[in-house]
Design a protein around this ligand. Structure first.
Ligand SMILES: Cc1cc2nc3c(=O)[nH]c(=O)nc-3n(C[C@H](O)[C@H](O)[C@H](O)COP(=O)(O)O)c2cc1C
Length: 248
């Protein structure tokens, strides 16, 4: 029997700040993942992802980052807490991909100088993860008062963080396996047959993305008709409603 391909779970370091302490946490998670049989991990440092700041979204996709997201089966995001949220650059980089993330597992590690241990970062990231199609696990790792956890040179000062990471990693591996099995083995064709045809944007002609395929509530009302579904173009923002025939 052939060995299954290793689960590929890279770690995204979510800040480019000089002197960032989160890099130590990110490196630790790469190491902890690589210690697991059947798992491979590497660091993806957002400081090395070329990102223009005069545009946003898939228009500025970096080929190497997109390729890494396509190849990933699951992800760890290590994010510091900046003013009670995640760094804007992390969001900017994440926003540059979309279909690459769908039905893949993600676990979040929050890092902060203060005592809330990145809890607010994690809460803030959860809806973002959901919107881009990642599937969050129900374990997090919180690293508070980070200066007491890692020395400036990256040495681990408090190995309780390893114990606290155990269930997080186990759960992430399980979810990554399950979702990879689902992506490879479980068809959505039966559902697709019952769904309305894919939507092409009436304004820019962009092919459907999963955002365009999702229903939204805000299309103009048409008197005497019912809106069956409404779609937003991820490229130009145009909205299109599919309505029943107008009566009267
Ligand atoms: C712009 C900025 C805002 C910050 N806001 C918070 C905060 O709201 N709460 C907190 O505990 N630490 C805050 N910090 C401190 C970071 O959490 C701290 O630097 C920690 O080491 C993780 O970030 P780092 O990887 O950039 O070092 C902030 C740091 C910066 C640079």
């Amino acid at each position: 029997m052939t060995e299954p391909r290793p689960l590929n779970i890279p770690v995204i370091l979510g800040t480019a700040r000089k002197g960032r302490a989160s890099v130590h946490a990110a490196r630790l998670f790469v190491e902890l993942l690589n210690r697991r049989a059947g798992v491979t991990s590497r660091l993806i440092d957002i400081a090395t992802v070329p990102m223009p700041v005069d545009d946003a979204g898939e228009a500025i996709k970096d080929p190497a980052f997109a390729q890494a997201m396509t190849a990933a089966d699951g992800l760890v995001i290590v994010s510091p807490e900046y003013n009670h949220s995640f760094p804007g650059l992390l969001k900017h980089v994440l926003d540059s991909c979309l279909s690459e993330y769908i039905h893949k597992a993600v676990g979040i590690v929050g890092v902060s100088a203060g005592g809330f241990a990145g809890a607010r970062v994690i809460q803030g990231l959860l809806p973002v993860m959901r919107e881009i199609g990642l599937v969050t696990i129900f374990w997090d790792v919180n690293i508070g008062t980070v200066a007491k956890v890692f020395a400036e040179d990256g040495r681990l000062l408090d190995d309780a963080v390893i114990r606290r990471s155990e269930r997080f990693i186990k759960e992430l591996i399980w979810m990554t396996k399950v979702l990879r099995h689902g992506r490879e083995q479980v068809t959505v064709d039966d559902e697709a047959a019952e769904r309305p045809p894919a939507v092409t944007c009436p304004v820019c002609g962009m092919a459907m993305t999963h955002h365009a395929d999702k229903e939204v509530a805000s299309v103009p009302a048409v008197e005497g008709a019912t809106v069956l579904s409404a779609h937003t173009c991820a490229n130009c923002g145009a909205q299109q409603g599919i309505i029943t025939s107008v009566t009267g």
